[in-house]
Design a protein around this ligand. Structure first.
Ligand code: BES
Ligand code: ZN
Ligand code: ZN
Length: 488
């Protein structure tokens, strides 16, 4: 990961050629206290440029000896998404100034507003540059010095947002990595780097999974030269309470297997581990923030390749739960990985709830486009918690139906079930398949196939790997309330 933004929190203004960053409210209201003459000339310049302080609009003014970067905040600036968006826009505008250096004098803003604004700026400044051999660091780096009363690097809110940023950045990095560099073993090694945060990390290799009877997960990985892995990340911040479990699909590359995908766009399947990345990033953030809860993250890591040892359409595999699956389409592999990961998690950890994330189906893009992730659940109470967390982090979820009529479509003539349903409702039958591997726990499945990668940037999410899910899960754990399954 690289961050284009150097943030300096300091009580005094830096010396040198810095743009003065001013937030401007509706009606060209100058938020920081400036000297009278300085304010008067700014007001005159804003008038000329017809800059009124509308939220998110920016204006850069240059004269012989100073530069001003004005950022509109509208009526007022609230903590949360509002402040993050302004921070993101501030970064983007600062990057286009001649100096690429700014100083924000004290604005007298609340500490949570400042912390969120700076968090937004950092999210916007994320970029992945691992594989460029030439980087012009002088050209790329932007610095922002901030003077705000009470705000420094040790401030609890700044540290909290920094830990959350680290989690988002880790997930984005994992998603950006190409599949020749990031395969199951390498992903597992990255997880191990989280141990210093106080996370217990366990890595199960193929013999260990064989012993547990994970035939569904192992069947997907058997056509790859790369070995499969299952990683458990355990955060024990909540004493002896049952944990909330987060489970992720980590297909480091999905060729489709013998049911080979078309060539066009296949490169996108390097991010078929977006669910596992979200779980890993969330564990990083929760541990970094030292949350007082127990949370366990479990990710199934495999590569879906079509070699001579690959599983064939029609093969029957036995999952860890003992159920048999007829693999009709080897490209419906994510559900096979999750079947074993979910059963393992439920039986070993007896979690209070289980939430899995997966880039599971192309069909979810057909139904919801790229705005919402699909949510499938056996608990309306869990749906309400997740939806609220999604709205507050702008990682939005839309609940989809499930039920017996869909579940029936998984009937097989030679095994307990087949791994695909009929031609329609593909995301729903996939969810029904997963539900068959959850016995009694409140559970939700988030299909993030439309959200893990983005071709468009927003103020706080640059193009590419989005890290979708990290902020949502982090918020969910913060606002956790116990949930029950729906009555049958
Ligand atoms: N990884 C894909 C789903 C996917 C598609 C993720 C597009 C991101 C973008 C998944 O493993 C898959 O191939 N699903 C199939 C299922 C089908 C064979 C029933 C699909 O969606 O076509
Ligand atoms: Zn697939
Ligand atoms: Zn897949």
């Amino acid at each position: 990961m690289a961050n284009k933004l150097k943030l300096i929190l300091s009580e005094s203004a830096p010396t040198g050629d810095f743009a003065t960053v001013c937030l401007i409210g509706d009606g060209a209201r100058i938020v920081p206290r400036l000297e009278k003459a300085e304010a008067a000339s700014l007001i005159a310049a804003m008038g000329k440029a017809q800059f009124t302080g509308k939220s998110g609009k920016t204006l850069t003014l240059y004269n012989e000896d100073s530069t001003y970067l004005l950022v509109g905040i509208g009526e007022s600036l609230e903590a949360g998404l509002d402040a993050e968006t302004i921070g993101g826009k501030l970064f983007a505008a600062l990057e286009t100034t001649a100096q690429k250096r700014g100083h924000m004098p004290d604005h007298g803003l609340a500490e949570d507003v400042m912390a969120d604004l700076l968090f937004g700026a950092r999210l916007a400044a994320y970029h992945f540059e691992e594989y460029f051999t030439e980087t012009d660091s002088a050209k790329e780096s932007v610095s922002l010095s901030v003077t705000a009363s009470g705000i420094n690097d040790e401030h609890a809110l700044i540290q909290d947002r920094n830990a959350l940023f680290e989690g988002v950045a880790m997930a984005r990095d994992l998603v950006f990595e190409p599949a020749n560099k990031l395969y199951p073993e390498v992903f597992a090694e990255r997880c191990k780097t989280l141990a210093p945060l106080g996370l217990e990390i366990e890595v199960l290799d193929e013999p260990a999974m064989q012993k547990l009877g994970m035939g569904a997960l192992l069947g997907v990985g058997q056509g790859s030269r790369r070995e499969s892995r299952l990683v458990v990340m355990n955060w024990k911040g909540g004493g002896d309470e049952a944990p909330v479990a987060l489970v992720g699909k980590g297909v480091t590359f999905d060729t489709g297997g013998i049911s080979l995908k078309p060539a066009k766009g296949m490169e996108d399947m390097k991010w078929d581990m977006g669910g596992a990345a979200a779980v890993t990033g969330a564990m990083c953030a929760l541990a970094g923030r030292k949350v007082k809860r127990n949370v366990v993250g479990v990710i199934g890591l495999v590569e879906n390749m079509p070699d001579g040892n690959a599983q064939r359409p029609g093969d029957v595999v036995t999952a860890m739960s003992g159920k048999t699956i007829e693999v009709i389409n080897t490209d419906a592999e994510g559900r096979l990985v999750l079947a074993d990961a979910l059963h393992y998690t439920e039986t070993r950890f007896k979690p209070r709830a289980m939430i899995n994330l997966a880039t599971l189906t192309g069909a979810i893009l057909v139904s919801l486009g790229k705005e919402y992730a699909g949510m499938f659940t056996n608990s309306n109470e869990l749906a309400a918690l997740l939806s609220a967390a999604g709205e507050r982090t702008e990682e939005k979820l839309w609940q989809m139906p499930m039920g017996e009529a869909y579940d029936k479509m998984l009937k097989s003539h030679i095994a307990d079930m087949k791994n695909i349903g009929g031609p329609y409702g593909g995301s729903i039958t996939a969810a029904c398949f997963l539900e068959r591997f959850v016995e009694k726990t409140p559970w939700a499945h988030l299909d993030i196939a439309g959200k893990a990668w983005s071709d468009k940037s927003t103020p706080t999410v640059p193009k590419g790997g989005t890290g979708f899910g990290v902020r949502l899960l982090n918020r969910l754990v913060d606002e956790w309330k116990d949930v029950k399954r729906n009555e049958k």
